[in-house]
Design a protein around this ligand. Structure first.
Ligand code: NAD
Ligand code: UDP
Ligand code: UDP
Length: 337
């Protein structure tokens, strides 16, 4: 049995109990479930660069081998095709649990959030690993508090079309806290707000990827409803920094990880026009059911306890994903990431 504490030098092999300088940030064995996905693959890049051994567990439901292919051949990197709904035996120090069908067109009727999270918590308990859950701002539902603080319990429709995702993540949070309180598992909970960047799924229906792909393809930008609903968009590198600080820090959370810059969908469409094509047209479509009217994180807790805040604005971040999208859509050879 190889526990997190043991690995950090608290075990019998280190009588002083002191963490040798530098070890805490290096040489851990880390599982990233969903590591072939958008956020996961960027996280894997950072962990590998830090010197950790990384095992990606992914069933390629929405993830792609291409997102992690640049690590093939690196002895510190392993990729396992596995559905986390099935049990999994591994020996690791940390588990970043990202596996989840994360977009409305994919997440319906999928037990990953509940059964997959249970299995990864069971794994964390067995090997004494630290477990980080990537929850979501969707746990706040259609919020009656604005901006949303972590103390807000949310306004979620338990039988709606989105409930498989938001109630699934709420259950995942519950399981995480139960394993923490009941079995002493070291856990961390991040509530992630809308995030964008290179390697996002192109056609999974999220608004930033839709607008960018549409503008590049010279199609109209599809604004759902009146376009006055708001979201707060975070660039992926800011999120990855927050996730790593949370994992390494001493606080369970939950922590909101998001960019407080709030935009209506019409404003987002304007930024996309400015960035890609000022002549891009806007087309209004009926909105989806139970669409939250507004969303903006209160990040005071993460600022204070993790020393974290995002530093890439939407206008700075959007161009950084455009070259990647251009390359994937048109297959040209411009630099992506
Ligand atoms: P993504 O779809 O790119 O990544 C999810 C990954 O999980 C994919 O690689 C997919 O193949 C894998 N996966 C799905 N079901 C699986 C299963 N049963 N077994 C193994 N692998 C499985 O999405 P993302 O945006 O990178 O999201 C990562 C995490 O962050 C998710 O948990 C998501 O809920 C959370 N999150 C993301 C956002 C966002 O805006 N991107 C916002 C809130 C929360
Ligand atoms: N589990 C797993 N890998 C492990 C340990 C457990 O996938 O290394 C799964 C296990 O199959 C079970 C879940 O995690 O479905 C919860 O495990 P736990 O030991 O907490 O519960 P129990 O098996 O006692 O019901
Ligand atoms: N949306 C839109 N056009 C699109 C896709 C989405 O106007 O092509 C809207 C959607 O109705 C919602 C917002 O953009 O109000 C964010 O949707 P997304 O699915 O990206 O994220 P979530 O609803 O999960 O925050």
């Amino acid at each position: 049995k190889f526990s997190y504490q043991h690995r950090l030098g608290f075990g019998s092999g280190n009588p002083t109990g002191k963490i040798p300088l530098g070890l805490k940030r290096k040489g851990l064995r880390i599982v990233v479930t969903g590591g072939a996905g958008f956020v996961g693959s960027h996280l894997v890049d950072r962990l590998i660069a830090r010197g950790d051994s990384v095992i990606v567990v992914d069933n390629f439901f929405t993830g792609r081998k291409e997102n992690v292919m640049h690590h093939f051949g690196n002895p510190n990197f392993e990729l396992i095709r596995h559905d986390v709904v099935e049990p999994l035996l591994l020996e690791v120090d940390q588990i970043y649990h990202l596996a989840c069908p994360a977009s409305p067109v994919h997440y319906k009727f999928n037990p990953t959030n509940v059964v997959g999270t249970l299995n990864m918590l069971g794994l964390a308990k067995r090997v004494g690993a630290r477990f980080l859950l990537t929850s979501t701002s969707e746990v706040y539902g259609d919020p009656l508090q604005h901006p949303q603080k972590e103390t807000y319990w949310g306004n979620v429709n338990p039988i709606g079309v989105r409930s498989c995702y938001d109630e699934g993540k709420r259950t995942a949070e519950t399981l995480t806290m139960d394993y923490h309180r009941g079995a002493g598992v070291e856990v961390r909970i991040a509530r992630i707000f809308n995030t964008y960047g290179p390697r996002m799924c192109i056609d999974d229906g999220r608004v930033v990827s839709n607008f960018v792909a549409q503008a590049l393809r010279k199609e109209p930008l599809t604004v759902y409803g009146d376009g006055k609903q708001t979201r707060s968009f975070q660039y992926v590198s800011d999120l990855v920094e927050g996730l790593m600080r949370l994992m390494e820090g001493e606080h369970v959370g939950p922590f909101n990880l998001g960019n407080p810059g709030e935009f209506t969908m019409l404003e987002l469409a304007e930024v996309v026009q400015e960035t890609i094509d000022p002549n891009a047209k806007i087309e209004f479509r009926p909105n989806t059911e139970d669409d939250p009217h507004k969303r903006k994180p209160d990040i005071a807790r993460a600022k204070e306890l993790l020393g974290w805040e995002p530093n890439v604005s939407l206008r700075k971040g959007l161009p950084l994903m455009v070259s990647d999208f251009r390359q994937r859509i048109f297959g040209d050879h411009k630099e992506g990431s």
